[in-house]
Structures are given as C-alpha cells and as structure tokens.
Design a protein around this ligand. Structure first.
Ligand code: SF4
Length: 489
C-alpha cells in the first residue's frame, strides 16, 4: 500500500508561494486509507528542497502550521503503510538524500524484492543509510548515481530494481512519476485546468491562470479532491517528467508486462476511484452479484462488513433478491484493522471499531459480505459479535478468493503461516470463524465481474503465479535492512 501524490503548479497559479504543498497535502488526504503510519511532504522552490514528515495521520502531520513554511511550486507527498522496515520516524517518507550531483526526495508505493542485492551494490560504494526501508536504498542509489541529470540517473537505476514501485520523485526542478514494468501499484496523471477547482480565477485580480498544473496520484480520487481532471494512467515501465510551463514528457525505461494488483480493485482502493477503466464501486457491486450466483445462502437479509464490504453486499442483495440492511456500525476514526502492524493491535482493533445494530440483527439469518479473509481473526470476532447480538445464523460471503500465498509486492502478509487459507481447508476456516456457512468468490468470478482478462492482473496471493520471480531467501524480509548490521548511519 502507501499513497503517493505529486504536484507541479505554473507560476501564475501560485500567488502565496506555498500552494504546491497545499495541493499535495489535499491530494494525499484522499489517499489516507492507503497508509496510516506516517505522512510527509517535500517541496522545491526551484533551487532547494524542503521536507517535513512525521509518524501519524496526514491531518496531524501536515496541518496549517506546517504547510505555509513549505514554499515552492513543486511538491510530492506520501502516507505510509510499512512493508519493509519498522514504524519509526526515520522510515517515514518522502525520503531525502543530498548526493554529489543532486538533491532528491522519493515517495514509494510498493515493495522491492531484490533489496539484499541492491544493498550489496550500494555498500560497494561504502554508502551508509539513515533508515531501513527499500525506498531509502533506492533514494541513495539515485542520489549517488554519477549521471548529471536525474532522468538519466533514473534510466540507469530503475532497470536494476526488482519488484513493485510506483514512485513520485522530486529534484530541484521536476516532479517525476514512475511505475515499475508490471504496474503492480496504480499511478495516474491529472491536469489542473483553468476553471477547475484549485485554479479557479484569482480572488483579488479575477484573472484565470494561463498554464496548466499537473498532478500524479495513486488513485483518481486524489485528482478529484484537488479539482484535477484525469488524463491517463502512468503506464507500466514508464516515467512521466513534469516541469513548470511544459507539457509532461514520457520516457519508457522498460518493456511493459502489466500485472496490476487485483486486490486494489477488490478491496484496497477507494470505491470512487477508477482503475483499468472501471469504477471500483461498480466493479465491487458486480463482484457481489457473482458471489450471490456462486454461493447462494438461506438468509433473511444481506449486510456488509463496513465500510469496504458495502458495494459487494449491495450487489449480493440485488442478485439474490434479499433485502440489504446495515447491521454493524463502524467507528470511522480507528483506522483499518488490517493495516495496523501487530497482531495484538489487530485483535484489539475490531471491538473498538465495530458495534452491532441489535434491532437489525436479532433473530435474523444474516448473509454477511466482506471483502477478504486474511488471518481470520477479525472475521471470527465479527461472527461472535453478531451472535452475541442475537443473530439466528451467520453466513459469511467473501469477494476475495482464498489467500494461499504471501504478497511480496507491497502488502504486509509475507509469512505464509499468517494466512488462514494456507493452513486450513474452507470447512476448517468456517469452523474457526464460527460461521454457519462460508463462500469465497472464485478467480473466474472476479474476472467475470471486471469483464477483463486474467493476463492484466497479478493474482499471485490467490494462485501463486508471481509475475516477478521472488528470491528464495526473501523470507521475513520486512526487517531485512535492520537485520543486516551497519545499515543505520
Ligand atoms: S500477490 Fe496479491 S496482494 Fe500482492 S500484488 Fe499480487 S494480487 Fe496484489
């Protein structure tokens, strides 16, 4: 996961001098669901970079006291969900490094799988790292690359990276968007046009800005919030260079072999975002309809596990003819349980975050629709919660197929034994979670709902077909850079 956002504003757009930071922070707000451990923002005024980052939610890190001091027309922003390295200040992003040729800041969504190899390369140059993330490693490689121009440095360094990376990169004069050759994680390009949102006529002069601003965002919802219009996806294997007063430049650094993470469409991304030309609310509603066809249930009503199960539950209700009701109320201010890093925190999380509506639940046969079962602990607690509230029976239906394999491309489920489907049959999982019945949507069902071919996506955590080979020793690689002595500078 992680959310990234970038903004380049034209001169007459920016009377206050700090608007790129404001646009980037606002865009990042729409991506808060992608990572809640830390947030940060880097700006350039054309000559030097400034950066602010901290642990915590975007609203507490990038508040109105910080933003005015981050002046410049170029900005990148990042919110973090950790897949390599602990949740400590040093590992917050954007990363920053001053090399012999350039100052550079990087925001990264994804996870590299050849971290050890890259570290060896860097140590050959006797470099030291201040943090323990793959992003820090990548930043050091880019800053230390002898090529005079950042774009040339990227053309040399990017082909040496393996794994998932959607990047926003800032140097003194440019914001650059990059997507790995598989395009595991999304990244879109948007244009801030005259009359749209942020670049409406100047309040004092009434004049409209003459040039376009440009944005990069993990999801289209980030463009919507700043009033930017969607232009296109950054293509897998492509770099898009954004500079003041110029049209975006596209540079292809690798052949594209698209494999977008299908989980983005099933669960991670916002329902109001678009991916592969599909609105995700609609895609999930259709997944719910497929689920009803594949796994009908004897129930009185269909209810979602809020909030992410709601579109699929609506689809299930529509296809099954059962009424749709909300039977659980979610506290919106606790974050996603899946995202919190430790098992103890996850276990505490569910009771803090969900409360049953007893009037809806009592005496009813419930069809409960959720988007995924990863470890099974959350689902088990939800079923128990509903039974305590008087449910007659609980039939669990899930829009993600069973997760048998770990993800190495940016989702923190790397240990196989953490995945309940890797160690238990569907019947054993049903017994473990305490449900009356359990049904998962099939891979074919997901594809039918999306009306797109298998070849466009990564389904590796469901079928083990990893698009990018994963080194055999990758194992517990989240703390790989902390385990190798001497990494911290
Ligand atoms: S392994 Fe699963 S979670 Fe990871 S990128 Fe592929 S589909 Fe997404």
């Amino acid at each position: 996961m992680c959310g990234v956002f970038g903004a380049v504003l034209p001169e007459d757009f920016d009377a206050g001098g700090a608007q790129a930071a404001a646009v980037a922070a606002l865009g990042l707000f729409a991506l808060q669901h992608r990572g809640q451990e830390s947030a940060g923002l880097a700006v350039s005024d054309g000559e030097q970079l400034m950066l602010y980052k901290d642990l915590g939610l975007i609203s507490s890190v990038l508040d109105e006291r910080r933003l005015p001091s981050l002046r410049g027309r170029l900005a990148i922003a990042h919110c973090r969900y950790s897949t390599t390295g602990s949740t400590v200040w040093e590992n917050a992003q954007p990363t920053f490094r001053l090399g012999p040729r350039r100052a550079i800041a990087v925001g990264h969504n994804g996870n590299l799988v050849n971290t050890r190899e890259l570290l060896g390369r860097l140590r050959g140059g006797r470099a030291r790292l201040p943090a323990s993330t793959d992003t820090e490693l990548m930043t050091a490689l880019l800053a230390d690359e002898p090529a005079a121009d950042t774009v040339d440095a990227l053309v040399r360094v990017l082909p040496t990276l393996r794994g998932a990376y959607s990047l926003v990169i800032l140097d003194e004069r440019r914001v650059i968007g990059v997507r790995d050759p598989y395009g595991f994680r999304p990244l879109v390009l948007g244009r801030l046009s005259a009359g749209a949102g942020m670049d409406a006529p100047d309040l004092w002069s009434g004049e409209r800005p003459t040039a376009h601003g440009w944005c990069l965002s993990s999801e289209t919802a980030g463009l919507d919030i700043v009033g930017a219009e969607y232009v296109r996806d950054v293509e897998p294997g492509e770099m898009v260079v954004l500079e003041e007063g110029r049209e975006p430049r596209s540079i292809r650094f690798a052949e594209a072999t698209p494999a977008l993470c299908v989980f983005e469409l099933i669960y991670f991304a916002r329902p109001d975002s678009y991916m592969e030309g599909r609105n995700l609310y609609e895609a999930r509603r259709r997944m719910g309809m497929e689920l009803a066809r594949e796994h009908p249930a004897e129930g009185d009503l269909v209810m979602p596990v809020p909030d992410t199960g709601a579109p699929a539950a609506a689809g299930y209700a529509e296809a099954s003819g059962l009424p749709y009701r909300e039977g659980l109320v979610r506290n919106r201010y606790t974050g996603r349980t899946f995202i919190q890093p430790s098992q103890t925190m996850r276990q505490r999380g569910v009771t803090i975050k969900l409360n049953p509506l007893r009037e809806v639940v009592r005496g009813r046969r419930l069809v409960v629709v959720d988007d995924s079962i990863v470890r099974g602990t959350t689902t088990k607690q939800i079923v128990a919660l509903l039974r305590r509230a008087g449910a007659e029976s609980v039939h669990v239906r899930v829009t993600a197929p069973p997760i048998y394999h770990p993800c190495f491309y940016g989702i923190d489920t790397q240990i196989e034994t953490e995945l309940i489907a890797a160690t238990k049959t569907t019947e054993e999982i049903r017994a473990f979670i305490g449900a009356d019945s359990l049904g998962y949507l099939s891979i074919q069902g997901v594809l039918a709902a999306l009306d797109l071919p298998y070849e466009r996506f990564c389904f590796a955590c469901f079928d083990g077909r990893y698009p990018e080979p994963v080194p055999y020793d990758v194992g517990r690689r989240k703390f790989i850079l902390e385990e190798v002595a001497g990494v911290h500078g």
